[in-house]
Design a binder for this molecule. Structure first.
Ligand SMILES: Cc1cc2nc3c(=O)[nH]c(=O)nc-3n(C[C@H](O)[C@H](O)[C@H](O)COP(=O)(O)O)c2cc1C
Length: 395
C-alpha cells in the first residue's frame, strides 16, 4: 500500500482523474489530491474530496484549516509517489524552471528523492512547441518520469498527439509491481569495530544508498530484508536487523543468503578489526597508542563460495582512485554479477549525499554510466539491472 499524491492542473482531461483515484483506492492505496486554481474550473474539489475522503489542497496560504501544517512541505513528506495528471504546458514549464507560484508548483520544488510521474495533456501544437519540448527533455534529464500523451481526437476538435493516456494505463504505470515475488537481501550503512567499551573504528557511510534501494524494491512490490549498520534512518517500512561489527554483518548475511534471490551489498564493511578489544576504557597514559588490527572476513568473497547459479549478487565499491581497475578486480575475484562503483573522493556525491553518480560494471565487461541524480533513481537503475540478470538466469 502506497501514499499517492495526485496533482491536477488546468486541462480538459482533468475529468479522467476521479477514475484514477477510484482505481488506486480500490487497490488499497491512500490518495490525496492537490489542484491548481485553474484545475478547479474544470472539475470541482468536492468530487476528489468525496472520493478520497481527504481534504483537497489548492491554496497554500490557508491557515485556518490546519494551522500547524505547511501544505507544500507536508504533502511531499507524506507521499510515496507523486503524479501530475493532466499536466498542462504551463505547469510543465514551471516545474522545469523551478517556479513555485502555487500549491502544486511549490510542492514540486520540495521533491528531492521521490518518484514523480508526469502525464502531459494538451493541444498538439502546444505539445510540439519547442519550449514545451525543451522543458520535457529537461525534466527527463533530471529524473522525472514524463510520459508521452496518446494520439487521437482532441477536445479542440483536432487530431494529433496530446490526449491524456487512460486512467487504467496510468494506474498500471504508477502501481508497478514488477518485483512481486522477488526476494532481496540488502545491506546498508557502516560497521563499527570496537576498540574498548566506548570507542570504535568506523567509516562515513550514511546508509542512504541502501535505504533507497530497499525503498525502490518495496515501492515495486518486491520483498526486502535489510541488514543495517548503525544509521540514523527510519527503517520501520522494512523488515530489518541492526548489527554493529563486520563479523555480525557476516553472520546475518551468510545465515540468510540462501533464502534470497538477489543480494545487494551497499554496506561499507570494515576490512580490519581490533585484535584485542579492551574490556576496560583505555586510559590516555602514553603518548602513543598502538592498535593491532586483523583482517575481517570478506563477506562477498564468502558469499561467492555458497552462491548458487540462479542467485544474483551485487557489490558496491567505494573507490578514491583507479576506479575501473579496482572495480573489475573485485567483480572477478568475488564472482559478482555486477558491481556499482562510486567515487567517494568527491564530496558532492557518495557518502552522506542525497545524490550519486555511479558506473555499473557487468560480468561481460559492459558498463552503464549513470550521471549525477538522486539516490532513488540510481537505486531504480541498479535494481532494474539486477532484476534483469535474475530473469535471464532463471529463464
Ligand atoms: C477550455 C480550456 C481548455 C484547456 N485545456 C488545456 C489542456 O488540455 N492542456 C493545457 O496544457 N492547457 C490547457 N488550457 C490552458 C491552461 O488552462 C492554461 O495554460 C492555464 O494557465 C494552466 O494553469 P495551470 O497549469 O496552473 O493549471 C486550457 C484552457 C482552456 C480555457
Amino acid at each position: 500500500m502506497s501514499n499517492f499524491l495526485i496533482f491536477v492542473t488546468g486541462g480538459i482531461a482533468a475529468y479522467k482523474i476521479p477514475n484514477l483515484c477510484r482505481l488506486l483506492i480500490k487497490a488499497g492505496h491512500n490518495v490525496k489530491v492537490g489542484m491548481t486554481e485553474n484545475a478547479t474550473k474544470f472539475i470541482t474539489p468536492l468530487t476528489f474530496e468525496s472520493l478520497t475522503k481527504n481534504r483537497v489542497y489548492i491554496d497554500d496560504f490557508l491557515t485556518d484549516v490546519e494551522p500547524d501544517s505547511i501544505d507544500h512541505i507536508d504533502l511531499i513528506e507524506w507521499a510515496d509517489k507523486i503524479i501530475v495528471a493532466p499536466c498542462t504546458a504551463n505547469t510543465i514549464s514551471k516545474i522545469a524552471n523551478g517556479i513555485g507560484d502555487n500549491l502544486v508548483t511549490s510542492s514540486m520544488l520540495v521533491v528531492k528523492s521521490k518518484p514523480v510521474y508526469i502525464f502531459p495533456s494538451m493541444n498538439t501544437n502546444m505539445y510540439e512547441n519547442p519550449f514545451v519540448q525543451e522543458n520535457i527533455a529537461k525534466l527527463r534529464k533530471l529524473g522525472y518520469f514524463v510520459f508521452e500523451p496518446d494520439e487521437g481526437e482532441l477536445a479542440c476538435k483536432t487530431e494529433g498527439k496530446g490526449r491524456l493516456i487512460e486512467p487504467e494505463e496510468i494506474f498500471n504505470i504508477v502501481v508497478e509491481e514488477k518485483l512481486k515475488g522477488v526476494k532481496f537481501l540488502v545491506t546498508l550503512g557502516p560497521t563499527k569495530e570496537g576498540i574498548d567499551p566506548v570507542r570504535f573504528i568506523s567509516n562515513y557511510s550514511s546508509g542512504k544508498m541502501g535505504y533507497n534501494i530497499a525503498k525502490y524494491i518495496k515501492d515495486n512490490g518486491g520483498e526486502v530484508f535489510v541488514v543495517a549498520g548503525d544509521v540514523c534512518l527510519d527503517l520501520s517500512p522494512f523488515s530489518y536487523v541492526k548489527i554493529r561489527s563486520a563479523e555480525e554483518m557476516y553472520n546475518e548475511v551468510i545465515s540468510r543468503f540462501s533464502e534470497y534471490d538477489i543480494l545487494i551489498m551497499t554496506a561499507a564493511v570494515a576490512d580490519y578489526r581490533v585484535k584485542n578489544i579492551s574490556d576496560k576504557k583505555i586510559k590516555k597514559n602514553d603518548e602513543t597508542l598502538l592498535l593491532e588490527l586483523v583482517k575481517n572476513k570478506d563477506i562477498l568473497y564468502e558469499v561467492s563460495k555458497v552462491k548458487n547459479e540462479k542467485q544474483v549478487v551485487v557489490g558496491f565499491a567505494a573507490e578514491t582512485d583507479d576506479l575501473i581497475n579496482n572495480a573489475m578486480e573485485k567483480l572477478n575475484r568475488k564472482k559478482l554479477d555486477m558491481i556499482v562503483v562510486n567515487d567517494v573522493s568527491r564530496s558532492d556525491i557518495g557518502f552522506g549525499a542525497d545524490e550519486n553518480e555511479v558506473t555499473i560494471f557487468l560480468k561481460n565487461g559492459e558498463n552503464i554510466r549513470l550521471s549525477k541524480q538522486s539516490k532513488y533513481l540510481i537505486a531504480k537503475h541498479v535494481v532494474d539491472v539486477a532484476y534483469n540478470i535474475l530473469r535471464e538466469k532463471n529463464e
